[in-house]
Ligand binder design. Structure first.
Ligand code: ZN
Length: 381
């Protein structure tokens, strides 16, 4: 194994996995070329019978932030491990975390896993080739006229309370900036202004039965569930991100405004987040802390909040339960051994997510059958 992959190696690896496992993969070309003209690809893993787009889908992103070198490598390794185990009919082991052959078969054949390992290839290339910019985070959007400042933070560019000055309180300390020269969290000139952001939106639109979404970053480490806007609450549905009455109030800890999350979603995120964390812990001996995204700092325009927010904003959209994982302890582990350790724990955690997704889908199908069999209580003579 080598680490870190450069952007060409990531593309070549996806190509070769799709070529060697044609029955259970599809190489997806994203529609929007990056600012530097790169074409991006995602890999769908799922059997032909699962390829109809109404199968529960898990979408996982990596490489949104340029300097976080492990996530793209982890997602390529995850794809390779899953496909190899499936074709051999074996299980998979990471440390003391073991997935049975039956679990691997169910993941590959009964859910769709869409991996988009390198969302921001221009940024990664810059971080890996320009010595003074290894710490580069944003994409490579050209500097606006009269400025020398390049790039937008893709993970502040999604259409989820993107206009932070309107939606958040002045004293919220929301992690966002409208200054193009901010090296970290410049939100861009408009929501979804960036081709990298629009590629992710396109994937979510292409798979309307996406049920789970995870954006893999590094490092903290931690497993974060929505929301990132404010502290969650489960009792007042009117106190929510799309209610303009609360504009200018969000993001402050300890005040009246808190973000509504339906209790059943909160419990699903807790339950599945715990499964992910248990697998991480079994793989490496140490788990990541499971916590709400807001506990790091309030955020606007993030991918996980955007994915989860869609069905609130538009009821015709399916519900997508969302996580962000911050893996490992360093953005650029110094040794191959350390990177491999993080990759193993990430693979274990993500396969646990897929197993949980498959089980949840089976439970829902059983509930639907049971509901259909119930005698009709409304029969009248
Ligand atoms: Zn990040």
């Amino acid at each position: 194994m080598t680490y870190p992959f450069n952007v060409d190696e990531i593309e070549a690896a996806l190509d070769s996995l799709a070529l060697s496992h044609p029955a259970v993969t599809e190489l997806i070309t994203l529609p929007h070329a990056t600012w530097e003209g790169r074409a991006s690809h995602a890999l769908r893993i799922g059997s032909p019978s699962a390829s109809s787009r109404d199968t529960d889908t898990v979408i996982v992103l990596g490489g949104v932030h340029a300097r976080e070198w492990v996530p793209p490598d982890a997602l390529v390794n995850l794809a390779a491990d899953l496909l190899e185990a499936h074709s051999r009919g074996t299980g998979l082991r990471y440390g003391s975390q073991y997935f049975t052959a039956q679990q691997i078969r169910s993941v590959v054949e009964e859910v769709q896993l869409v991996l988009f390992p390198c969302v921001n290839p221009d940024g990664r290339h810059h971080s890996q080739t320009v010595e003074q910019d290894t710490n580069w985070r944003k994409n490579r959007r050209p500097a606006p006229h009269g400025s020398a400042c390049v790039g937008v933070d893709i993970n502040r560019n999604f259409d989820a309370l993107w206009d932070f000055r309107r939606h958040f309180a002045d004293d919220s300390k929301v992690s966002a900036s409208d200054d193009p020269c901010d090296p970290e969290v410049y939100v861009g000139p408009a929501a979804a202004s960036e081709p990298e952001t629009r590629n992710v939106v396109w994937l979510l639109d292409r798979y309307p039965h996406t049920r789970w979404f995870l954006d893999l970053h590094s490092a903290v480490p931690g497993i974060f569930f929505t929301w990132g806007f404010d502290v969650n609450q489960t009792t007042d549905p009117t106190m929510n991100f799309h209610n303009p009455v609360f504009d200018g109030q969000r993001g402050v800890k300890g005040d009246r405004y808190r973000e509504f999350i339906p209790p059943e979603d909160f419990h699903s995120l807790q339950r599945v987040g715990t499964r992910i964390n248990d697998a991480v812990a079994a793989a490496s001996g140490t788990g990541y802390a499971l916590q709400q995204s807001y506990s790091l700092y309030p955020t606007s325009g993030c991918s996980d909040d955007f994915a989860y927010s869609r069905h609130f904003a538009r009821p015709d959209q399916g519900k997508i339960l969302s996580f962000t994982i911050e893996c490992g302890k360093l953005q650029q582990p110094e040794t191959l051994e350390e990177a491999e350790g993080v990759i193993r724990e990430v693979c274990a955690g993500l396969i646990a997510l897929c197993v949980a997704a498959q089980e949840e889908r089976s439970e829902r199908a059983r509930d639907d059958v049971a509901a259909a069999r119930k005698p009709d209580a409304m029969v009248t003579s």
